[in-house]
Design a binder for this molecule. Structure first.
Ligand code: GLY
Length: 409
């Protein structure tokens, strides 16, 4: 018994050391990026170019919230005031977005930045910006369909048809800001939008085995589903790895906010599809689409990416999933909880290894290598991505809390 207890204590300590070493490395890279000469004041880090140099986007793309969010996490871990100053500076650049209604990604843009800012500072002005952002996002909700419109239109890869009410699985991630806004404002509207969107997604976005479609397009007059297709995945009937990751994270978070067992059942089914998948490599970092390599999988060869070498990994999908599974492990018990936690820890150890973690000062000062933006669009293939880093840091912080016996929320 004594030997077993000593073993558990030593193992927990080595896991704590693993987390601390990785978080310290993340801060090294964040400071490296802040000092990078190619970091422009009005653009937001996203990935690297062919020369391995930092490239950035405008604030109106979907990813500007992740760099400030990572700075907040870096500050949370280290308590370094210089990181807090940088986090404030990079967060406040996004203030004009509080009334932005151009696409659905406002949750990513504002909750990763201002959400963390408010959580760590209690600054009331940040809270009000988040409420206004939730209001802006809610303008894209259609009550006949029961969903927030993701993109303004979607052009099918097959034929000429363009659809006017596409909803993508990623949209589940934008709901967290709506739940927050209702809690702090007392106005239930935002929460109702979020719950309805999640229920509609649960009905239409998944196959019986809990694999996900990427894009579901609706008819805004009848409210009915018009088509289910892929945009960033391999094919309409395949499972895009990051889409599945967004779904696991989104439904776990929605269960946290509602305690509705239907959302937990869905989160567990989605998670099991991912971690028990025969196509998941042994290091638990998925290939960019769970079916990408399966020649003949697609009836009629209806693939968006038929000529692309298909075995690229997507570290971003693993980082998002690791963070989600750590939370899901706290919503479950017994063997199920262990299964989710062990899978998350396995992903974190792979991501923290030399196979995926960059060397200090390399990789455009991003933390992780080997993510994929969109293979069918021939865009961002086998590169670092700012959101892979954000969810990696988040997952490490969550793991640290669990190792310390603390609650995540
Ligand atoms: N939300 C867009 C993506 O995951 O690529």
């Amino acid at each position: 018994m004594l030997v077993l207890c000593s073993f558990i204590i030593v193992q927990a300590q080595s896991e704590k050391d693993f987390v601390k070493e990785n978080l310290a490395f993340c801060n090294t890279q964040l400071y490296g990026m802040l000092a990078d000469k190619s970091l422009q004041t009005n653009k937001f880090p996203r990935t690297t170019n062919a020369k391995g140099e930092l490239t950035s986007t405008s604030m109106y793309d979907w990813t500007p919230g992740f760099f400030p969010g990572s700075l907040w996490y870096g500050y949370e871990f280290s308590k370094y005031e210089s990181l807090k100053d940088a986090a404030i500076k990079w967060t406040e650049k996004l203030e004009p977005l509080q009334t932005f209604t151009g696409h659905h990604d406002l949750g990513f843009m504002m909750y990763c930045s201002y959400g963390n800012a408010y959580r760590l500072t209690n600054n009331e002005s940040y809270k009000n910006i988040l409420i206004r952002s939730a209001k802006a996002l809610s303008t894209r909700f259609n009550s006949k369909i029961g969903c927030i419109k993701s993109w303004n239109s979607f052009k099918s890869f097959h034929g000429d048809k363009t659809y006017n009410f596409p909803v993508i699985i990623d949209n589940m991630m934008n709901l967290e800001m709506l739940f927050f806004a209702s809690k702090v404002s007392g106005d239930p509207t935002y929460r109702n939008v979020a719950v309805t969107h999640a229920l509609t997604t649960m009905k239409n976005h998944f196959r019986p085995d809990y694999s996900s479609y990427h894009v579901v397009c609706y008819d805004s007059v009848s409210g009915k589903v018009e088509t289910r297709e892929a945009a960033q995945g391999y094919a309409d009937n395949s499972t895009w790895a990051r889409g599945q990751a967004w779904a696991i994270y989104g439904f776990t978070m929605t269960y946290r906010e509602t305690k509705d067992p239907r959302f937990l059942k869905t989160a567990k089914g989605l998670a099991k599809y991912f971690i028990n998948n025969k196509n998941l490599p042994s290091d638990y970092i998925p290939i960019w689409d769970f079916n990408a390599w399966q020649k003949g999988y697609i009836p009629g060869g209806n693939s968006n990416a038929p000529n692309i070498p298909v075995l690229y990994r997507d570290a971003s999908a693993a980082a998002i999933t690791a963070s989600a599974l750590l939370e899901l492990s706290t919503c479950t018990t017994g063997d199920e909880a262990k299964q989710f936690k062990n899978a998350a820890v396995k992903m974190l150890h792979s991501l923290g290894s030399v196979a995926y973690r960059a060397k200090a000062g390399n990789n455009g000062n991003f933390i992780l290598m080997h993510s994929v933006g969109s293979i069918p669009h021939n865009n961002e293939i086998d590169v670092p991505l700012v959101y892979a880093d954000y969810y990696f840091i988040e997952a490490l912080l969550r793991y640290e809390k669990l190792l310390d016996g603390k609650k995540l929320f």
